[in-house]
Design a binder for this molecule. Structure first.
Ligand code: ACO
Length: 369
């Protein structure tokens, strides 16, 4: 019997939220190409599409922005909790604990079933928590959200205290939208599993954050930057990449369980990165590393169809807008919160507890006479 690992190919749920077609390289959000949503719509419009199934009209968009603005304010319980956590704790662990600690705004414990207002609140809160913790860890005063700025711009503003360049906010918006949703990925599955036990929305998202933390899922972009920095120059690329593959190592930012062709998010983000940094040495190096790595992966892993994944150019964008590398995975988390919460809301409508089986391969007790 073949080894049972990784649930590959197993269908865990039906969903109206997103389609990932790994053979054709398609990513669809509720009937729209994700790459088009990322370029033509705002973060708030894309989130509305995923949560409510349609793009908002003008009034709905205005009201959603107002609610997100109100939700950005940290509840009184969070600053002392965030300050009490050890400085050495990774931001992902801080986020997981902070989200798990949330009650409803009036202090009552959260309960099942999940509500759209919780999805909106978590989405608004995550960047505010990340920014608070980041600034405090650097000995800086927290920056309150700006009443006039949209979601992505507000995130950069709360981190830096400066109104960001529109091109930076636009590039970050494209990244956040492309990171929002990706079918039954490991962290979304985690969120749905937790919610299927009738646990509350905050517990489900906290579980998803724990899953996202691992380097095989959300932890890759900072490793991509470390790789590009270590390679340093175009001339060093091939030798560096070959050395990793010779030792049986993995190239971060390449390969995907589902995509066996180009990851459409990587393609879209390459265009966004090029607009932002097209004539810089760092972009030229990234392009060279991409092309060399794909050629070498075909040489060392023939037939595995390993291409650039979303994390590769995500790293390039985040570095171009000067987001510190330690915030790459948290920022991806802030984006994916939209997808997680959309899935948790969907799960509640069709809920049955997830309970797969395992095949026992251990020893059997010795039977007595
Ligand atoms: N570098 C080198 N070899 C690789 C890579 C890589 N990046 N990815 C897969 N392979 C090889 C494996 O060694 C394996 O080779 P083998 O058949 O000789 O044993 C083969 O390709 C298949 O790999 P699996 O691990 O079975 O593929 P899986 O679908 O389980 O893994 C994953 C997908 C985890 C993304 C993998 O490609 C990887 O580790 N990539 C690097 C980390 C990364 O970029 N993660 C971000 C993913 S995107 C996201 O989560 C949003």
């Amino acid at each position: 019997m073949a080894k049972v690992t990784g649930l590959e190919g197993v269908v865990a749920a039906e969903t109206d939220i997103g389609l990932v077609d790994g053979e054709r390289g398609h990513l669809i959000y509720r009937g729209y190409w994700a790459k088009d949503v990322a370029v033509h719509f705002s973060f708030e419009e894309a989130a509305h599409l995923l949560w409510y199934g349609e793009l908002p009209d003008e009034g709905e968009l205005f009201r959603l922005k107002e609610r997100l603005q109100a939700y950005r304010e940290l509840p009184a319980s969070l600053p002392p909790l965030l300050d009490a956590m050890p400085k050495s704790l990774p931001t992902m662990s801080v986020l997981q604990a902070a989200v798990a600690s949330l009650t409803e705004p009036d202090g009552t414990p959260a309960a099942w079933p999940p509500a759209p207002s919780q999805a909106e609140r978590l989405t608004a809160l995550l960047p505010a928590i990340i920014a608070y913790r980041y600034r405090r860890s650097k000995g800086l005063d927290p920056v309150q959200p700006h009443p006039e700025l949209d979601h992505a711009a507000n995130y950069l503003y709360m981190l830096t205290g400066t109104i960001p360049e529109p091109a930076h906010a636009k590039a970050l918006t494209a990244y956040l939208i492309l990171g929002m949703e990706h079918g039954m990925n490991a962290s979304t599955f985690s969120a749905r599993v937790t919610s299927s036990t009738q646990s509350d929305m905050y517990a489900a998202v906290s579980a998803a954050i724990g899953t996202m933390k691992g380097p095989l899922h959300g932890g890759a972009p900072s490793e991509v930057i470390a790789m590009l920095e270590d390679i340093g120059t175009v001339e060093r690329a091939e030798g560096w990449l070959r050395a990793v593959l010779e030792q049986g190592g993995r190239l971060m930012g390449f390969g995907h369980r589902i995509y066996k062709t180009k990851d459409p998010r990587a393609e879209a983000l390459r265009t966004v990165t090029e607009k932002l940094t097209g004539d810089t040495d760092s972009f030229k190096l990234a392009l060279h590393v991409e092309q060399t790595a794909i050629r070498l992966l075909e040489e060392y892993k023939p037939g595995r169809r390993l291409y650039t994944n979303v994390e590769f150019f995500a790293a390039a964008i985040m570095s171009a807008i000067q987001l510190p590398a330690e915030l790459f995975t948290p920022t991806f988390t802030a984006a994916r919160t939209v997808g997680w919460t959309a899935h948790v809301l969907e799960q509640a409508g069709v809920n049955r507890i997830f309970r797969p089986q395992s095949v026992y391969t251990g020893p059997m007790p010795t039977l007595g006479d």
